[in-house]
Design a protein around this ligand. Structure first.
Ligand code: 7RM
Length: 632
């Protein structure tokens, strides 16, 4: 019997009990099946006061050896990666484990040839093409720390991340194709690098064939470099706690933080959660629609499926090109068994109607999943009925960039599911609900702040270059716990339902932004004196971005000013952070101490104008009336 695989409710109950009674024994058993170059000495050391955690201490491994080499003898000729291009007229690519191994080794040799060394940070800014997965794995192969930046972020965001991580290398492509449009990639890197003198080398994959400027001495073509290397590259020995990657994510204050994950614990947790949540079976074709630029793409498009020896599908395009049936056409074309996407995609396709679903069979699907934001009941039922045909388990998976892997979810067809409930903690995960004062709530049928009281192997290790920020953000508000920033309900039976963020983070189509981050971008506009941003319920995106803006002059051409603000946000962060609504105001509701009362702004944005609560502490209560009257 495979002790690492949960197949029944009784298995789950048993695994959960063991994981709490003896976490070290439980996780050591999970870690045993991997290829270790040296076994660990101790399983766990942690200090939640300092926000420090280490797993499999003294162990040595390479995650790519476990993703690739380990499978060669048994499944070398099995397809590891299916690539479905943006244009359905173009052929898909099928890359076997043997071929992927060779491509990763060759790319790793290109990195070495270009001066990349173990521990160096490498920024990867690429669209969803096979070279992106190969680049990620090539970094891991030689022990370089990858920092993938989603290819929808602006030049300025790339520069911020390169500078914060002190990356001297950038891996990119010429351009990208998304839907009916082509877009620049290398051009944005060039713009970013004007402010990053530390970057020594840029390696460019040819993809769209669009012309790009190559800076002599700095930029090289991947295909030219590959001509100089062979496919022999042993995997570097990494300490369990050596850095595997940095991934930037937004918080309630300041600039995005570089969340750090390390080699051993991340590998063990992502593998365990992948196989058990989705009930992966040998031979299954798994499709995670997330971009590799987000944690979901790291953990469940690349690492989790490859660790399990699965066939993982990578899709370059968008759900609505050439039409709103593309996802379902791709499921049928490649006979996808497990499909994992975000509620925002479901809601948007739902709005296009069943005419796009009905021509497709979807008979290959066995499990469907959701991630990134709360899935409302209407979307849950539509997904379950029309995509899962009522027969596929639907897993609503709650987790974060910081958690590395799924923490709360039902296990497909094993533990029960309930609409809009992530439901059950995975083995090894000990969630609690806290009162605002930090007291654990023991009862069921309650609501509270979601925290976790014991480390799991893929917990955040630090925020790159600034551990104090990590300690402050996650471990200081409620001492002794990892604080998630989410609020949740626990139903009468103990299932969790995630309500959403309780901090100044908004979740737009499953993407996280800090309100302060967007305000800073808006304030860069010449017209703007001050701004305040809040989230509001949006039918498709989950949350939309609502900006209240004070200008330095009377607004005569509102559309021109709005366009300027939107252009500024696009320039500073990227098009994904564009405000949906911009309301011009003469003042913001501030307390006498100068603090903006966001509660009032949120209520107005939500349209709940009658219940604004206590406004007597406001410096100037009249602004509230003006704001209500001007609501967009
Ligand atoms: C995986 C990911 C994390 C935030 C998190 C939540 C929200 C994610 C769910 C969810 C309700 C879910 N990482 N969130 N999954 N809310 N149900 N199943 O999205 O770092 O980008 O975002 O996303 O608020 O704190 S993330």
């Amino acid at each position: 019997m495979d002790l690492t695989r949960i197949r029944t409710q009784a298995d789950y109950d048993d695994a959960y009990r063991r994981s709490v009674a003896d976490p070290e024994g439980f996780w050591a058993a999970q870690a045993t099946g991997f290829t270790w170059k040296k076994r660990w000495d101790r399983v766990l050391e942690h200090d939640f006061k300092q926000g420090r955690t280490q797993w499999f201490i003294g162990g040595s491994l390479n995650i790519t050896e476990n993703c690739l080499d380990r499978h060669l003898a048994t499944r070398g000729d099995q397809v590891a990666l299916i690539w479905e291009p943006n244009d359905p007229q173009e052929p898909a690519q099928h890359i076997t484990y043997r071929e992927l191994h060779a491509r990763v080794c060759r790319y790793a040799n290109v990195l070495l040839r270009n001066g990349v060394r173990k521990g160096d940070r490498v920024c990867i800014y690429m669209p969803m093409i096979p070279e992106l997965a190969v680049a990620v794995l090539a970094c891991a192969r030689i022990g370089a720390v990858h920092s993938v930046v989603f290819a929808g972020f602006s030049a300025q965001s790339i520069a911020d991340r390169i500078l914060d991580a002190d990356a001297a290398f950038v891996l990119t492509s010429d351009g990208m194709a998304r839907g009916a449009r082509k877009g620049p990639v290398k051009g944005l890197v060039d713009e970013a690098l004007a402010g990053c003198p530390g970057v020594k080398r840029v390696i460019v994959a040819r993809h769209t064939g669009d012309p790009v400027a190559m800076q002599a001495g700095r930029d090289v073509w991947l295909h030219e470099e590959l001509a100089h290397v062979d496919a022999d590259r042993p995997a570097e020995a990494m300490d369990s706690e050596d850095l595997l990657f940095i991934l930037y994510t937004s918080g309630s204050t300041g600039k995005p933080k570089g969340v750090v994950h390390t080699c051993g614990g991340y590998m063990v947790y992502v593998d365990h959660s992948f196989r058990n949540v989705f009930q992966y079976n040998d031979g299954d074709i798994f499709w995670c629609t997330a971009d590799v630029g987000w944690i979901t793409g790291h953990s469940y498009l690349i690492y989790g499926p490859l660790l399990a020896g699965a066939t993982t599908l990578m899709f370059e395009g968008i759900p609505t090109y050439p039409d709103a049936g593309r996802f379902w056409q791709v499921v049928d074309k490649h006979r996808v068994n497990i499909f994992y996407t975000a509620p925002t995609a479901i809601r948007s396709l739902m709005a296009h109607g069943l005419a796009f679903v009905e021509p497709c069979s979807l008979a290959s699907l066995r499990t469907i999943g959701s991630v990134g934001e709360p899935i409302n009941e209407e979307a849950w039922h539509w997904y379950k009925q029309h995509i899962g045909k009522g027969r596929c388990p639907l897993v609503d998976t709650w987790w974060q960039t910081e958690t590395g892997g799924i923490l709360i979810s039902s296990l497909a067809g094993v533990t029960d599911e309930k609409p809009s409930h992530a439901a059950w903690p995975l083995p090894g995960v000990q969630p609690v609900l806290l009162t605002p004062e930090g007291k654990e709530i023991a009862e069921n049928d309650v609501e509270g702040l979601l925290a976790i009281k014991f480390p799991w192997p893929s917990i955040i290790r630090t925020t790159y270059g600034d551990h104090e920020r990590c300690r402050q953000t996650y471990f200081s508000s409620y001492p002794g716990y990892y604080f998630t920033g989410d609020g949740a309900r626990r139903d009468a039976d103990g299932r969790y339902r995630i309500i959403g963020r309780v901090d100044d983070v908004i979740n737009v189509s499953g993407h996280r932004f800090g309100t302060a981050e967007i305000e800073n971008a808006i304030n860069e506009s010449d017209f703007v004196v001050e701004s305040a941003v809040v989230g509001y319920p949006h039918d498709i995106k989950g949350q939309g971005i609502y900006a209240y803006v004070i200008t330095d002059r009377p607004v005569t051409d509102a559309e021109a000013v709005r366009a300027d603000i939107v252009a500024m946000v696009t320039k500073v962060i990227g098009p994904i952070a564009k405000p949906d609504k911009i309301q011009f105001v003469s003042g913001l509701p501030k307390t006498r101490s100068g603090k903006i009362m966001r509660r009032i702004l949120r209520k107005v944005a939500e349209g709940e104008m009658s219940s604004l609560g206590d406004t007597t502490t406001l410096l100037d209560p009249a602004v509230v009336e003006e704001i209500k009257a001007g609501r967009m």
